[in-house]
Design a protein around this ligand. Sequence first.
Ligand SMILES: C[S@@+](CC[C@H](N)C(=O)[O-])C[C@H]1O[C@@H](n2cnc3c(N)ncnc32)[C@H](O)[C@@H]1O
Length: 244
Amino acid sequence: MLWKPERAPLLEQEYQDKRHQIAQYFDKTAVKAWDRLTSNDENLNFIRESVRKGRERMQHHILERFGENLSGKSVLDAGCGTGNLAMDLVTRNANVVAVDISPSLIKIARERFSRNDQCKHDGELKFVWGDMLDPSFGDFDHIVLMDSTIHYKSANAIALVNELCKRANESIIFTFVPLTPLLAVKFALGKFFPKSERAPAVEPSSEDAICNLISQNLNGWEISGMKRVSTYFYASQAVELRRV
Ligand SMILES: C[S@@+](CC[C@H](N)C(=O)[O-])C[C@H]1O[C@@H](n2cnc3c(N)ncnc32)[C@H](O)[C@@H]1O
């Protein structure tokens, strides 16, 4: 049974509708594409290769923020997809719970992990199907959401981060899609494609809008770092939050 957000009234209906749409997309329409994008497949077209490069740079940045040794630390990878970041975190000795709403992606992540888990580490990694907000996962030292809230409206994404703040002891890193003039043009062009062929729209936001939402909603937390990564077809900005 999927967790229902009755404890987070702000997120209720709109969140559940969007969550359903995202789950369908990542569990059915996009499973193969996402599997290839996050694998070592060398035959990606220019657009996907550009997205992959950007994502690799973002993942590298996030790992750098965590440092080399996470021994004794617990991390929630919220919206883990096929699990690449979670697998890198466990090799840094973290105890990781990696959750995703798509059972197909969780299956791929588990298979990859059982094939590739050959280096020595002290950490543990559990891949779980579910909602990232489910409080039964418990509290964590760090929570990371790499590109996991980009399909939610920014107010909902921050409400979601706010819920996770209640379960994070030290830090949260999440990303958003920065609204740039080029992106605005791409979005306008994207509207010419039939709706059925499009992924759930990403919800870009300006840095100012995100900062305002954070200062209005996340009491007891402050922004401790930001980093924008962009390639031709990927743009994402990481925000690191720490307890004040
Ligand atoms: C763009 S993908 C990013 C996946 C992964 N973080 C990565 O960077 O490879 C977004 C992921 O977030 C997951 N997701 C979105 N909303 C979720 C929710 N409420 N609970 C759990 N997973 C969610 C989706 O199923 C999808 O796998």
